[in-house]
Design a protein around this ligand. Structure first.
Ligand code: ADP
Ligand code: ZN
Ligand code: ZN
Length: 740
C-alpha cells in the first residue's frame, strides 16, 4: 500500500499538520498534486497538497482514509517549491496552507472554445467528402473552408459563412468533421499591438554594468547584485540585455516592478524586445486570468514574466534571473495578508534553490540593501550618469520666507513663475504632493479640536468635491460642521492642501492651462490610471497633479518642470524611516524632469530646508545621504543594525486587549535572559482604533533575526496556555515597512 503525505490547505494553525492518506489503486497520485481528501469527523471534502509518497505509515491502518480525487492531472508544485513553502512557513511564522496558496493559484475552470477539423480517424472520409461536394449546399461551403486540414473555431465559421450550427453538426454526424476544444487563455497581453524595437548602442557605463552582470549570471555561487543607477541612467536596457542572455541559455526570467510603475509604458519596453514570450500579471487580474497566465508559464509557453511581488512565484522551473526594479519600494513586502513575505527574500531563496541570478535596481536603494552591498553581501554596480547626460537643476524653496512675505498661497513666487514660463514654452509640468498620511484635516482655530472619526481615531479628510469629511479607514462621511463640536466657535480651518486644492489653485492662477489630476479619487475605475497617463503623454494636458502614484518610473520626454509642493509631509510621521522615505520620494520625483533632450528644473517647497534628506536629495547625493542616515541608525540602534519585531493585537474589548498585552509583557520580561531583547510597550498603535476595533502593540528589538522570532513565538505560546486568545487577533511583523 502507498500512502500520500498530505498538507491540508486550511489556513488555520491547529490543522497545519501533515496527514497520511491511502492512495486508491485507480488514482495516479504524484508528489506535488492538489487532491481532495475527506477531513475531520464529518469527512468534509477538503483540498490538500501531496508533498511526498511513502510505503509505510505509523498511523493506525483502521483509521487511515483514502484520497477522494485529484484536482489536476499534473503536479501543481515542484519539489523545489515544496522546499520553498517549508522555508516560508518557518521564516514568516505562518501556516503551510497560506504558503501553498501563495505559490499555487486558486484552481479555476479552464475556458475552452469549440473548434472543428477533418476527422482523420474516419477511413471512408474521402467518399463522404466527394458526396457533399457534389451539391451546392451550406455543408459544401463549410467543408471547403476546412479542406486544407486547419482547425478552426466554430464561431469563426459561423460568422465567416453566415450559417448556424446545423450544417456543421450535419458534417460531424456524417463523420467528416470532429469537434475539438481548445483552451483560451484569459488575461493575455496583446503583444501584437506593440511595435518591435531594435536595441540601442550601450553607453560605456551600461556596457561595464553588463560585463559584471554576465559574470554573475555565469558564476556558480551567486551573490545578489545591486544596481544603483540614477534615474534615466538606462537600467531597464541593462535588465533587457541580461534577460536576452538568460533566454539564450534556454532559461526564464522574472521582472518585478512596483504596481504603480506597472504601466503600459514599462510593459511595452519589454514586449518590444521579447514579443509574445512576455506575460504580464498585476493585482487586478481575475482568478481566471491569474490561473491562465500561471498555466502558460508552467507549460513553458512564455519565458518572461513581468508583474508585482506575487509574480515572484511564477512557476518557471528553469529560472535564470529575477530582476527587482525600484527595489526600495515598500510594495515588495506583503504586510497585511499572511504570509507576510518580502519578495526580495523569496528571490534570494529561489536563487539558492534554482541557481538563478538576482538583480536589485534602484536610483535610491533601500538603506538595508546598500548596507549589504557595503558589507560585501551583495555585488554593487553604479550607473552615475544619465543617458542624456543632463541632471535637473534643483532649487529648494524655503516656504517660511514666503509666509514672511505674506504669501499664503500653496505656490511660492518662484514655482508660480516657473509654471507660467513653462506654459508659455509649451512644455509640461508635474506637481507632486508628497502626501503620506492625510494632511487635509479640519480643525478648530480657537480650541484646536481636530475633526476625527469616532470609529477609527483618525482625522477626517476634507473632500471639496462633495463638500464632506470622510474617513479613509472605515469610509464614514459626515457634513462639514459649521461650528466646532467642542467649543462652539465658528472658526473652522482646513489644514494642509490636498491635490484637489492644488488643482483649483492652478486653475485660478492659470485659467488657460489644461490640468489632469491623479490620486485615489480619480483612479478608482479600472484603467483610469492608464488613461490619465496616456492623455498626459499625448500632450492633452499641460500640468499633471498627483500623489506618490506619479513619482515613480514614468518617462515623459516633454516634462521639464517638477514642483514638489511640500517635501516635509513625510518627515514628521514618527517613523525611524521617515528620512529615508523623504529622500526617496524627493529624489524619485525630481527624476521625472528633463529626461529627454531638454533641461529639467525642479522646485522643492519645504518648511525645513536644512533637513539632511531634503538637502541630499536636492544635490542628487545618495552617498552623502547614506552616510548620514546609516550613522543615525547605528547611533539609535535601528535596522539594519537590529531587527524590530512587532506584535500587534487587535480586538473590540480594549480592557481585555490591554490585560492580555500586559501578560505578554510579563512573560517576555521573565524569559529575557541576559537582557538580550529590548522591549517597547505595550502601547496603543499609531492608529489606535479602526472601525471600533482597538489596536495595541509591543515591539521587541534584537540583532539576531532567528533569536527574536523564536523568543516572541515562545512567549506567545506561553501566553496562549494561560489566556484565551479567541477574541483577539494577533499580527506579527518583522521590521514592518510602515507604521500601523
Ligand atoms: P532608468 O530605468 O535607469 O531610469 P531608463 O532605462 O528608463 O532609465 O532609460 C532612460 C531613457 O534612456 C529611456 O528613454 C531609454 O529608452 C533611453 N536609453 C537607455 N539606454 C540607452 C542607450 N544606450 N542609448 C540611447 N538611449 C538609451
Ligand atoms: Zn473649538
Ligand atoms: Zn472611520
Amino acid at each position: 500500500m502507498k500512502y500520500a503525505v498530505v498538507i491540508i490547505s486550511i489556513g488555520h494553525k491547529n490543522i497545519d499538520h501533515i496527514f497520511h492518506y491511502a492512495i486508491p489503486e485507480n488514482l495516479a497520485v504524484e508528489t506535488g498534486m492538489r487532491v481532495i481528501v475527506p477531513f475531520g469527523r464529518g469527512n468534509r471534502p477538503t483540498e490538500g497538497y501531496v508533498i511526498g509518497i511513502t510505503d509505510n505509515t505509523d498511523v493506525d491502518a483502521s483509521t487511515i482514509k483514502n484520497i477522494s480525487s485529484i484536482c489536476e492531472e499534473y503536479s501543481v508544485i515542484s519539489p523545489r517549491r515544496i522546499e520553498l513553502a517549508v522555508w516560508m512557513k518557518e521564516k514568516y511564522y505562518t501556516t503551510f496552507g497560506s504558503c501553498f496558496r501563495c505559490i499555487v493559484p486558486k484552481k479555476v475552470n479552464e475556458k475552452n472554445f469549440a473548434c472543428v477539423r477533418l476527422n482523420s480517424q474516419n477511413e471512408n472520409i474521402n467518399e463522404e467528402i466527394v458526396k457533399v461536394l457534389k451539391k451546392d449546399t451550406r455543408q459544401k461551403r463549410v467543408l471547403e473552408v476546412l479542406l486544407n486540414g486547419d482547425e478552426i473555431p466554430v464561431s469563426h465559421i459561423k460568422t465567416l459563412l453566415d450559417v448556424d450550427d446545423s450544417p456543421i453538426n450535419a458534417l460531424i454526424k456524417k463523420g467528416i468533421l470532429i469537434k475539438t476544444y481548445v483552451q483560451e487563455y484569459r488575461g493575455n497581453f496583446n503583444s501584437a499591438l506593440v511595435e518591435r524595437s531594435k536595441p540601442p548602442v550601450l553607453t560605456e557605463e551600461q556596457a561595464a554594468a553588463l560585463y559584471k552582470l554576465y559574470s554573475v549570471i555565469d558564476s556558480k555561487d551567486k551573490k545578489p547584485l545591486l544596481i544603483h543607477g540614477v534615474t534615466g541612467s538606462g537600467k531597464t536596457e541593462v535588465y533587457i540585455r541580461a534577460i536576452e542572455k538568460v533566454l539564450s541559455q534556454g532559461k526564464e526570467a522574472i521582472v518585478l516592478v512596483p504596481e504603480i510603475s506597472l504601466t503600459q509604458q514599462t510593459v511595452e519596453r519589454f514586449v518590444a524586445r521579447f514579443g509574445s514570450k512576455v506575460a504580464v500579471t498585476h493585482s487586478r487580474l481575475s482568478d481566471g486570468e491569474r490561473y491562465d497566465q500561471w498555466t502558460r508559464a508552467r507549460r513553458k509557453e512564455i519565458s518572461v514574466m513581468i508583474g508585482p511581488r506575487s509574480a515572484v512565484f511564477t512557476p518557471f522551473e528553469n529560472l535564470g534571473i529575477i530582476i527587482i526594479d525600484e527595489e526600495h519600494e515598500s510594495t515588495y513586502r506583503s504586510d497585511i495578508q499572511s504570509p507576510k513575505y518580502d519578495a526580495r527574500e523569496i528571490a534570494e531563496k529561489l536563487s539558492e534553490l534554482y541557481g538563478c541570478a538576482v538583480v536589485l535596481g534602484s536610483a535610491t536603494p533601500s538603506l538595508s540593501s546598500y548596507y549589504k552591498a557595503q558589507k560585501g553581501e551583495y555585488e554593487l554596480i553604479e550607473l552615475k550618469h544619465r543617458v542624456n547626460n543632463s541632471f535637473p537643476l534643483i532649487h529648494i524653496v524655503d516656504m517660511r520666507k514666503e509666509i514672511a512675505k505674506r504669501n499664503f498661497s500653496v505656490f511660492s513666487a518662484e514655482l508660480k513663475n516657473a509654471i507660467g514660463k513653462n506654459l508659455e514654452n509649451k512644455r509640461q509640468t508635474i506637481l507632486f504632493l508628497n502626501r503620506r498620511g492625510y494632511s487635509t484635516f479640519v480643525s478648530c482655530r480657537k480650541c484646536g479640536y481636530v475633526m476625527t472619526c469616532d470609529n477609527c481615531n483618525v482625522s477626517y479628510t476634507y473632500h471639496k468635491g462633495i463638500n464632506r469629511l470622510s474617513c479613509h479607514y472605515c469610509g464614514k462621511s459626515i457634513k462639514v460642521p459649521r461650528i466646532c463640536p467642542k467649543c462652539g466657535s465658528e472658526y473652522i480651518k482646513y489644514f494642509g492642501a490636498g491635490t484637489e486644492k492644488i488643482e483649483q489653485e492652478v486653475l485660478r492662477l492659470f485659467p488657460q492651462a489644461k490640468v489632469l489630476r491623479m490620486d485615489m479619487d480619480t483612479t478608482r475605475r479600472k484603467n483610469s490610471h492608464q488613461t490619465i497617463l496616456e492623455d498626459f503623454r499625448k500632450g492633452k494636458a499641460d500640468i499633471l497633479i498627483g500623489t506618490q502614484m506619479i513619482a515613480k518610473g514614468l518617462d515623459f520626454p516633454n516634462v521639464t518642470l517638477v514642483g514638489v509642493m511640500a517635501a516635509d509631509l513625510s518627515l514628521n510621521v514618527g517613523d525611524y524611516r521617515s528620512g529615508e522615505n523623504t529622500f526617496q520620494l524627493v529624489s524619485q520625483v525630481s527624476g521625472r524632469a528633463g529626461r529627454a533632450d531638454s533641461e529639467g528644473t525642479v522646485y522643492i517647497q519645504t518648511y525645513s530646508p536644512d533637513n539632511y534628506s531634503i538637502r541630499y536629495a536636492a544635490q542628487g547625493d545618495y552617498k552623502g545621504f547614506y552616510n548620514e542616515e546609516i550613522a543615525f541608525r547605528k547611533n539609535m540602534n535601528y535596522p539594519p543594525f537590529t531587527n524590530i519585531f512587532l506584535v500587534m493585537m487587535t480586538g473590540e474589548n480594549e480592557y481585555i486587549l490591554r490585560q492580555t498585552l500586559s501578560q505578554l509583557a510579563e512573560i517576555m520580561r521573565r524569559y529575557n535572559k541576559n537582557n538580550m531583547f529590548t522591549r517597547l510597550g505595550p502601547t496603543p498603535a499609531v492608529i489606535s482604533k479602526i472601525n471600533n476595533v482597538y489596536r495595541w502593540q509591543i515591539s521587541v528589538k534584537c540583532e539576531n533575526e532567528d533569536k527574536i522570532r523564536n523568543y516572541v513565538l515562545f512567549c506567545l505560546d506561553k501566553l496562549s496556555k494561560q489566556t484565551d486568545l479567541d477574541k483577539i487577533n494577533v499580527g506579527l511583523y518583522l521590521n514592518p515597512s510602515y507604521i500601523f
